[in-house]
Design a protein around this ligand. Structure first.
Ligand SMILES: C[S@@+](CC[C@H](N)C(=O)[O-])C[C@H]1O[C@@H](n2cnc3c(N)ncnc32)[C@H](O)[C@@H]1O
Length: 199
């Protein structure tokens, strides 16, 4: 297990995220995860919410990072990792009744964030829950000095990356038919935003 791709932040945040998802995904059947990274979230959430079928996805180039942990998963509710770039048209996977993504909106370009929500506006059916974890700004302000430093680091690493404004993301969600149902403060100045479409 030690040789599997590993993210310390995933290890730290998976328990507090699970606490929220357990409630919000209690009546869901299948989750499409966007930008699954090392697969630590996929494996942990699939193992701890056995009523769900979990579909991990990543950019095609990053599937070699995601696959090993998924292959080692001991259970039958984790689907084979699939390539998904949110800019794909059409998406190679159907949109089920729940979606999850962690730490992705501040990595991908804003144009990709717009495409993600526009695609959900078209492809998500009635009664779909979307849960997004990560840092967000509110009223144009960082929520902590550490987020301000993180944003500066992100911008130097790749100019398309940036901590997103909650209000702008919520506008995209609303235009796609998703209403905010929860804004959960999690450790390390991160949020777990939960939207619901329909019902
Ligand atoms: C910081 S990592 C987060 C990985 C994992 N979710 C986590 O919390 O550790 C950001 C991920 O976003 C993915 N990503 C970037 N652009 C993307 C896009 N256009 N579509 C889908 N995934 C994308 C990257 O491949 C990367 O794995």
């Amino acid at each position: 297990m030690d040789s599997l791709p590993f993210s310390q932040s995933c290890e730290n945040n998976k328990a507090p995220i699970l606490e929220v998802l357990r409630e919000d995904f209690a009546d869901r059947r299948q989750v499409l995860e966007i930008a699954s990274g090392t697969g630590q979230h996929a494996c942990h959430f699939a193992a701890n919410m056995p009523w769900l079928t979990w579909q991990p996805t990543e950019l095609a180039d990053s599937l070699p990072v995601l696959r090993p942990r998924c292959v080692a998963y001991d259970g039958d509710n984790l689907l084979t990792p699939t390539a998904l770039d949110v800019r794909d048209d059409p998406w190679p996977v159907a949109v089920p009744d729940a979606l999850f993504s962690a730490n992705s909106l501040h990595i991908m370009a804003w144009s990709a964030v717009e495409i993600l929500f526009a695609t959900l506006g078209v492809n998500a059916g009635n009664d779909v829950i979307l849960a997004v974890y990560g840092p967000f700004n509110y009223d144009g302000q960082y929520t902590s000095d550490s987020n301000a430093r993180f944003d500066a680091w992100l911008g130097q690493r790749d100019p398309v990356s940036a901590i997103r404004d909650f209000e702008r993301v919520d506008e995209l969600a609303a235009a796609a038919g998703f209403a905010l149902q929860g804004d959960n403060a999690l450790p390390a100045n991160n949020r777990l935003l939960v939207w619901r479409k329909g019902i």
